[in-house]
Design a protein around this ligand. Structure first.
Ligand SMILES: Nc1ncnc2c1ncn2[C@@H]1O[C@H](COP(=O)(O)OP(=O)(O)OP(=O)(O)O)[C@@H](O)[C@H]1O
Length: 362
C-alpha cells in the first residue's frame, strides 16, 4: 500500500448562503491515525469530510495533505478516497468491474486493472464472489466491496461517511472490528464520520466531537470519556452528570458553584474570568450511594426512577436546582440493599471525580 498522510485543517469554514455549516475549525490528524468525527445531526461533520475529499469547496482556510495544500485539487488528485454511506456500487457491474472502475477511468489496460481488482477482492475476502453483482451479496459483503473500490486507488487517507449505518446491529459490530483491523494493517489515515459514541469509542485513536459547526474537543477516546472538555461533550458521550450553578467562589485551583436551591458544590479546576456560571461533571459510575457526603461533593436526593439493566441498575435522583442525576450501581450492590422510588438517598463522590467543564467560544 501507499504511505499515510497527515491531514491539517487550518481555520476552515464553510458557508452555504445564510448558514455557516463549519466555523473556522482547526485540526491536525497525524498520519496513520483512525480519526472519528462525532456529533449530532447537522453539526458539520459530513461537510468537513466532504471538504477534505474535495467534494465541497472551502469558503475560507486551508486543507493540507502532507505538505500539499489541496484546496483547489479535484478529488481524484488529492490522495484521498471516499467511501459513501450508500456504498454507491454500480448494480449492473460484477465485483471485479466495480472495484476496477477508477482504474478504468485512469486509462489502465483491462487485464492489468482486473488483476489489481482481484488482488483487492482477495484482501477483502471477496474473491469467491468476484463474478457476482452487488445485489447478490449481503450487506456486509457490499460494504467490503465499497471498501475495496475506495482502496484500489491506494489512497493516503480513506474518508468514510457513516460506513456502518446500513448494517444490522450484529453485522455493525463485526464490520467495525474489520475496519479497525484494516486500518491497522494498511497503516493509512482513516477519517470516519459517525453519530454513534460507541462506534467512535471502539474505533478511534482520536475522536473529534463537533457541535454546531465547531470542534468541542479532539482527543483520544479515553480522555474524551474521562475528561470531557465541555458540558456538550459530557452530555453527548452520555456517561456524566452535569451540575450547572452560579459561580460563588474561585481560587487558583478550585471553583465553588451554588444551585438555585442553595446547594453548593466544589471541583478542582479553573474557569475563565468572565464566566458567571460553571458546569461540573461527575461520571455516573463514580457516584457512591448510601455514604453521607462530604460538603460540596455530594447531596441527598429523592429517587425518581429505577431501571434494572441486568448487570447494572440505573437510578435517577432529583434534588432542587439539579438536572436529573443518574447513578449506575452494580446489580449485587443494589439488590443487597434495594431502595424504591420516593426514598431519600445520600450520594457522594471523591473530589478527584468532580471535573470543571470549559466552554467553546460561540
Ligand atoms: N448543500 C447544502 N446547502 C445548504 N446547507 C447545507 C448543505 N449541506 C449541509 N448544509 C447545512 O450545513 C449544516 C451541517 O450539515 P452536515 O451535513 O455537515 O451535518 P452532519 O453533522 O454531517 O449531519 P448528518 O449526521 O445529519 O449528516 C446543516 O445545518 C445543514 O443543513
Amino acid at each position: 500500500m501507499t504511505k499515510a498522510a497527515d491531514i491539517d485543517i487550518a481555520a476552515v469554514s464553510k458557508v452555504y448562503g445564510n448558514t455557516t455549516a463549519v466555523h473556522a475549525i482547526s485540526l491536525k490528524i497525524p498520519a496513520a491515525t483512525y480519526c472519528c468525527l462525532l456529533g449530532p445531526s447537522g453539526c458539520g461533520k459530513t461537510t468537513t469530510l466532504r471538504m477534505i475529499a474535495g467534494h465541497e469547496n472551502i469558503t475560507t482556510g486551508d486543507i493540507l495533505l502532507g505538505n500539499t495544500i489541496v484546496n483547489d485539487l479535484p478529488p481524484a488528485s488529492r490522495g484521498t478516497a471516499m467511501m459513501f454511506q450508500s456504498y454507491a456500487l454500480f448494480p449492473h457491474l460484477d465485483l471485479v468491474d466495480n472495484v476496477a472502475f477508477s482504474l478504468k477511468m485512469k486509462g489502465m489496460a483491462k487485464d492489468e486493472r482486473r488483476r489489481e481488482a482481484l488482488e483487492m477482492l482477495k484482501l477483502m475476502q471477496l474473491e469467491p464472489y468476484a463474478t457476482r453483482r452487488p445485489a447478490q451479496l449481503s450487506g456486509g459483503q457490499q460494504q467490503r466491496v465499497a471498501l475495496a473500490r475506495a482502496l484500489i486507488t491506494k489512497p493516503e487517507a480513506l474518508l468514510l461517511d457513516e460506513p456502518l449505518s446500513a448494517l444490522d446491529p450484529f453485522l455493525k459490530i463485526r464490520m467495525r472490528a474489520e475496519l479497525k483491523k484494516l486500518q491497522t494493517s494498511l497503516g493509512i489515515t482513516f477519517v470516519h464520520v459517525t453519530h454513534s459514541q460507541e462506534e467512535a469509542m471502539a474505533l478511534a485513536d482520536i475522536i473529534v466531537v463537533m457541535n454546531d459547526g465547531r470542534i468541542e474537543q479532539a482527543a483520544p477516546p479515553r480522555k474524551i470519556f474521562e475528561k470531557p472538555a465541555t458540558a456538550f461533550v459530557a452530555r453527548f458521550m452520555g456517561n456524566h452528570n452535569i451540575i450547572t450553578g452560579r459561580l460563588v467562589g474561585k481560587s487558583d485551583d478550585e471553583v465553588t458553584i451554588e444551585l438555585p436551591g442553595g446547594m453548593r458544590f466544589f471541583a478542582p479546576g479553573l474557569v475563565p474570568h468572565a464566566e458567571m456560571t460553571a458546569d461540573i461533571a461527575v461520571r455516573i459510575d463514580h457516584v457512591r450511594v448510601g455514604e453521607s457526603p462530604m460538603a460540596g461533593f455530594g447531596f441527598t436526593g429523592i429517587v425518581s426512577n429505577i431501571e434494572d439493566l441486568g448487570a447494572t441498575v440505573k437510578i435517577t435522583v432529583s434534588a432542587p436546582g439539579l438536572e436529573d442525576f443518574t447513578v449506575v450501581m452494580g446489580d449485587a450492590a443494589f439488590f443487597a440493599e434495594p431502595f424504591k422510588i420516593g426514598d431519600a438517598v445520600p450520594l457522594s463522590w471523591s473530589p478527584s471525580d468532580a471535573i470543571v467543564l470549559g466552554r467553546v467560544k460561540q
